[in-house]
Write a protein that binds this ligand. Structure first.
Ligand code: QV4
Ligand code: CA
Length: 474
């Protein structure tokens, strides 16, 4: 479950947060395929609550009403069309799977697909689930039925996360409904799943659900016998009894400590060494799903604090570029929309809860309130670098003040200078020859000498990043 079935050895996924299926299909065809992205993580595609009183917030999509593929991002037919069109150009789809719970207590009415529901009665006829399918109250040790004490494993996994009706994952029927949802998606051609709130589910229940889940669909271009890729959202920053290693048998885990270490390191380059800190309990590289920020911590939700985002563009470009140059973990890029309010939905959501299209400007940037970090020059270019150096080790580490550099085997060399001016001869580990510097699109040409050294010049205050790799033409 750890290995994503990427086409052509591609190494990076992008979360197109709250994008519509029609826009994602176009983005696969017009940008992501050529840019060398492995896959898109899409917002939860199942039917969700419609929370008018909070202005149709982004988080309504984390409150499932049924597993019908009818959401703010589009309907079932549009979802299928997206998966087929993305697969056709070698870009895979990863689904954000919200399966720990259904909607929050107090909610009732109709979901985004028209199914009726009543959370207080635990009644979700669109699945269907009834009161028998939710974790028995007797199994939750907290006084109010909610999770308050993260030091009690039974409370974290058997009580309600912020009032969200908690599914009883030990029950066969519940396992069948969840795996039925997965199998529908696998049949359509998705490559894998981000399991939302996996910290609040028992690993043995996840294992049973996976056991009922089919191999990837060979008609969608996957090799036969290939298991879906799974990564589990487990916020582990140390100090709690639930740790990422408890989930290694069921796939990868989100490594939230990575984003913090990047934020600290961009602030003080001397902290960029030893990003992978096993002493802190961080997942080994082949178990870690890494990211500089995500849709929660960029707006003060789960795992927030000491995180850099698109709101600090220069620092963010450096943080993501360094991460992509590094050899640790499987990398996800965040692609956001601008917001002032942490509840705020995507562009257009104030208009009755719908979503606007993503317009592309003449210079390749996005308009209409969409940030599109994945289209920011250094980020796009470093995705190519990561593909080119895959499988190599880091070497020739150099750090002095606000300058850092390292090589990736004999395939690539990366450097970064916080204040944008650097001029020094360093060992690149590369074979002699002429190389195109990637961030400048080959405006800078670099000569590697017979002994592997090269004069590295950075002269750019906004994008103070340098990268060369074997076979990269800019
Ligand atoms: C409110 C009260 C509760 C009360 C309840 C009663 O706050 O005290 O019990 O009503 O009905 C929203 C609201 C929240 C509301 C809740 C239920 O913000 O105030 O409770 O709905 O109606 C996202 C948001 C949450 C949001 C949720 C569901 O972040 O704010 O809650 O969606 O709409 C922990 C977890 C981790 C989690 C992280 C945020 O370990 O798993 O918190 N991260 C994932 C997702 C995240 C999502 C969920 C889990 C839930 O990445 O985006 O939460 O699916 O760290
Ligand atoms: Ca649970």
């Amino acid at each position: 479950y750890d290995t994503p079935s990427c086409a052509d050895g591609r190494q990076t996924i992008v979360h197109l947060f709250e994008w519509k299926w029609t826009d994602i299909a176009q983005e696969c065809e017009r940008f992501l395929a050529d840019a060398g992205f492995c896959a898109v993580q899409v917002s939860p595609p199942m039917e969700h609550a419609v929370v008018e009183e909070n202005g149709y917030p982004w988080w309504q999509r984390y409150q499932p009403v049924s597993y019908k593929l009818e959401s703010r991002s589009g309907n079932r037919q549009q979802f299928i069309d997206m998966v087929q069109r993305c697969n056709a150009v070698g870009v895979r789809i990863i689904v954000d799977a919200v399966v720990n719970h259904m909607t929050g207590l107090g909610r009732s009415g109709q979901g985004s697909g028209g199914s009726s529901f009543n959370a207080d009665n635990r009644d979700f006829p669109g699945v269907p689930y009834s009161s028998l399918d939710f974790t028995p109250r007797s199994m939750c040790p907290s006084a109010d039925g909610n999770i308050n004490n993260y030091n009690d494993v039974n409370e974290v996994r058997n009580c309600y996360l912020v009032g969200l009706t908690d599914l009883y994952g030990a029950k066969d029927y519940v396992r069948q409904m969840i795996s039925g949802y997965y199998n529908d998606l696998v049949e359509i051609g998705v490559m894998g799943f981000r399991v939302d709130a996996a910290k609040h589910m028992w690993p043995k229940d996840l294992e049973a659900i996976q056991g009922l889940t089919h191999d990837l669909n060979t008609n969608a271009g996957f090799p036969s016998g290939q298991r879906p890729f799974f990564f589990h959202e487990v916020i582990d920053q140390g100090g709690e009894p639930i740790t990422v290693d408890q989930y290694f048998s069921v796939g990868r885990t989100t490594e939230f400590r990575f984003g913090k270490k990047i934020a600290w390191g961009i602030n003080d380059f001397s902290q960029l060494a030893n990003i992978y800190d096993p002493g802190w309990g961080m997942a080994p590289s082949d178990k870690a799903l890494v990211f500089v920020d995500n849709h929660d911590n960029q707006r003060g939700h789960g795992g927030a604090g000491d995180i850099i985002t698109f709101k600090q563009p220069k620092e963010y470009k450096m943080g993501v570029s360094f991460s992509l140059a590094h050899d640790y973990g499987f990398m996800r890029i965040m692609s956001s929309y601008y917001f002032d309010d942490s509840d705020q939905g995507p562009p257009g959501s104030n208009n009755g809860g719908s979503t606007d299209d993503v317009p592309i400007n003449a210079d390749g940037s996005c308009g209409g309130g969409w940030v599109c970090e994945h289209r920011w020059n250094p980020i796009t270019q470093m995705v190519k670098f990561r593909n080119a150096v895959a499988g190599t080790q880091m070497a020739n580490w150099y750090q002095e003040g606000d300058n850092v550099a390292f090589s990736r085997g004999d395939k690539g060399f990366f450097a970064m200078s916080k204040y944008g001016s650097f001029d020094k001869t360093l060992q690149t580990g590369l074979p002699a020859g002429q190389y195109c510097e990637l961030i400048s699109h080959c405006a800078n040409k670099v000569t590697v000498n017979g002994d592997g050294t090269a004069r590295i010049i950075i002269n750019n205050s906004e994008e103070p990043i340098f990268a060369i790799c074997a076979g990269c033409d800019g």
